[in-house]
Ligand binder design. Structure first.
Ligand code: GDP
Ligand code: IMO
Ligand code: MG
Length: 431
């Protein structure tokens, strides 16, 4: 078995894009299985920076089959702009397949996303306003429109005729402008024409690749703490970024998932609203935010910053079956006198080692920390574990101990080259 699922094990933006691109050098297939252009995956190759939104991070390698699977919500307009942007920058030879079963984001989804956020007032989620939630809601409500409809003029018109009366009622209720079938049809049918050549049953394609022994990477989006089921609900996204969701979202057997690599920053960030137990503010937060360039790829919002949270990482390990970790942005921590890792929460005077289900409890928890001495050395040029300063090595060992998970990789800068791999993940034991 040669499949590796890359899972965000915190609140997103852990460096999934960078690691997918790195491991893709030795892979045959890269699959995005959920989310859409709420994701922003930054990849730096020889100093050149790319920010991918809905296109898989294997796109730079002409030998890789990239797949956008059925569990994604795809904004055809944005996706084509993204593709055109890549082509304009010289990314021309690529293999891309798009699932006919993926749902599409239409203009009213974006309008509704914004309106629901305004309606919530100070309880707003802080969404990316890309229409992700309303598109998944339509899917669950069985009034969604899929790629298979978009590429067929008859089906697309019919789908719009069936859906728009309901959506227009909702739009009217919120004081938003309504749409006629033609408003959307005339523009989007053109996108459908362009997308058609990439569209197929990606489950068939992917199963064939796996059964032929190909190396497959599943590129997660968001992070486990943003999972609709296991995250800090309702301050979450509308899909499940866990490894468990991959078989459903791609149309493969659960037994085809071998290794799960949890991507985790050496500290923690969160963008958007909602509880964040290890959050820090003031000079220390500013130091980390500036060194880590912690501003959203999609919305440019400053990211909230916190200490590493092993309670949340253990939650990710349990609900997503993480069996290795990749520790990211390790270089950002250099220069700090003391490093802290949260290993338990205190809730109403009692120590707990799980993530409570309710927001009111999560807002009350107080992190319990272990403290380690920091390191001053610049580690951005380190190429092996042995080259790390002793205190940095000790930090990695402590992360492994507190999460019961081996650190298989670590990263000391944004570039592809600033990656140190300690375990051959395509041939790793899944135990
Ligand atoms: P993703 O959404 O999980 O793919 O992560 P993002 O791309 O949104 O955010 C991660 C940010 O950290 C990007 O700006 C990366 O270029 C950057 N990055 C990744 N790894 C490292 C690292 O080891 N060190 C530093 N300094 N930056 C990194
Ligand atoms: P990547 O793949 C970080 C957050 C939003 C908001 C919540 C819901 O780059 O790690 P949504 O637009 O999905 O309805 O927003 O989820 N969010 C992310 N935060 N990284 C992401 O993706 C995110 N995708 C969504 O900020 O709090
Ligand atoms: Mg991101």
């Amino acid at each position: 078995m040669k499949t590796v699922v890359i899972v965000g094990s915190q609140w997103g933006d852990e460096g999934k894009g960078k690691i997918t691109d790195y491991l893709a050098q030795d892979a045959d297939v890269v699959v995005r299985s959920q989310g859409g252009n709420n994701a922003g995956h930054t990849i730096t190759i020889d100093g050149e920076k790319f920010a991918l939104r809905s296109i898989p991070s294997g796109i730079f390698n002409p030998n890789i089959q990239n797949i956008m699977a059925n569990g994604m919500v795809i904004d055809p307009k944005q996706m084509l702009e993204e593709l055109d942007g890549l082509v304009a920058r010289g990314v021309k030879n690529f293999k891309l397949a798009i699932s006919n079963r993926a749902h599409i984001v239409l203009p009213y989804h974006r309008d509704l996303d914004g309106a629901y956020e305004s309606e919530r007032g100070n309880r707003k989620i802080g969404t990316t306003k890309r229409g992700i939630g309303p598109t998944y809601a339509d899917k669950a409500n069985r009034i969604g429109i899929r790629i298979a409809d978009l590429i067929d003029p008859v089906l697309f018109k019919e789908a719009l005729e069936n859906t728009l009366p309901v959506k227009n009622m909702e739009l009217k209720m919120l004081g938003l402008k309504t749409y006629t079938v033609d408003d959307i049809y005339n523009e989007y049918i053109e996108y459908g024409k362009r997308i058609k050549k990439y569209v197929c049953d990606t489950s068939v394609l992917l199963n064939d690749e796996i059964e032929a022994g190909k190396k497959v990477l599943f590129e997660g989006a968001q992070g486990v703490m943003l999972c609709i089921d296991h995250g800090t609900y309702p301050y979450v996204t509308s899909s499940s970024p866990t490894a468990s969701s991959v078989p459903l979202n791609t149309g493969i057997a659960p037994r085809y998932i071998d290794t799960v690599l949890g991507i985790c920053k050496a500290y923690n960030t969160r963008v958007g609203e909602g509880p964040f137990p290890t959050e820090i503010e003031g000079d220390l937060a500013t130091y980390i935010r500036e060194r880590g360039h912690e501003y959203g790829t999609v919305t440019k919002r400053p990211r909230r910053v916190g200490y590493l949270d092993a309670v949340a990482l253990n939650h990710a390990r349990r609900v997503s079956g993480v069996n290795y970790l990749s520790l990211m942005l390790f270089d950002v921590l250099s220069g700090l006198k003391t490093l802290k890792i949260c290993y338990a929460y205190e809730l109403d005077g009692k120590q707990i080692n799980y993530v409570p289900a309710t927001i009111s409890e999560l807002e009350r928890v107080k992190p319990v920390y272990v403290e380690l001495p920091g390191f001053d050395e610049d580690i951005t040029k380190v190429t092996s574990f042995d080259e790390l300063p002793e205190n940095a090595k000790a930090y990695i060992r402590k992360v492994e101990e507190l999460t019961k998970t081996k650190v298989a990789m670590f990263s000391v800068g944004p570039d592809r080259k600033q990656t140190i791999q300690l375990v051959d993940l395509f041939n790793a034991s899944s135990k």
